[in-house]
Design a protein around this ligand. Structure first.
Ligand code: ADP
Length: 174
């Protein structure tokens, strides 16, 4: 069986990620869709919350299995018997990062290939950070995320900006 993993932060998932996982699921017999438990970037959603969104999204894809992991991506790939790591490419800047990561992973585990799928044109601009910025500014995000992510994202950002307002009000004037 040709197994691939699709790793990322997925904080939260958006339609660009869903497009990649669905396309990868048509190429490989099994996809392990894997979220980093503790990425180096700061997160909006907990591991459980990110996984819950992914599980819901994977519901309609019988050969996609969701998993949380720590440590090296190539170690996860070896554990689950994957031959490939799937990544998505949007802009040229992504290429630099993915190329560096692919070479590092190849150096760690030469038997595992990195397979990059080009983004679909309608998601070329979409990233979790753009999504958060638009949502925070009250913009329309319904075409960027699945319907179960939108209210959770709006609510989380409202909680955070509420907390920041309170912090600013109570901090002493200088
Ligand atoms: P990471 O922290 O590893 O970049 P992300 O959750 O941001 O994790 O992204 C996971 C993967 O999905 C990466 O390969 C990224 O390039 C890809 N990706 C993100 N957004 C898109 C998009 N709009 N179209 C295609 N691929 C995307």
């Amino acid at each position: 069986m040709t197994i691939a993993i699709y790793p990322g932060s997925f904080d939260p998932i958006h339609n660009g990620h869903l497009d990649i996982v669905a396309r990868a699921a048509r190429i490989f017999e099994k996809i392990i869709w894997a979220a980093y438990a503790r990425p180096s970037k700061s997160l909006l959603f907990s591991a459980d919350e990110r996984m819950e969104f992914m599980r819901t999204a994977a519901g309609g894809m019988p050969n996609v299995q969701v998993q949380l992991y720590q440590g090296l991506t190539v170690d996860l790939a070896r554990r689950v018997g994957a031959r490939a790591i799937v990544r998505g490419l949007r802009v040229t800047n992504d290429f630099e990062i993915e190329y560096q990561m692919a070479l590092t992973n190849a150096q760690q585990a030469g038997e595992i290939e990195t397979v990059c799928l080009m983004t679909s044109a309608q998601y070329a601009f979409l990233s979790s950070s753009i999504l958060k910025e638009v949502a925070l500014a009250g913009g329309k995000i319904s075409e960027m995320v699945p319907p179960y992510v939108e209210p959770a994202l709006v609510q989380r950002l409202a909680q955070l900006s509420g907390a920041q307002d309170t912090e600013q009000r109570v901090s002493p004037q200088v």
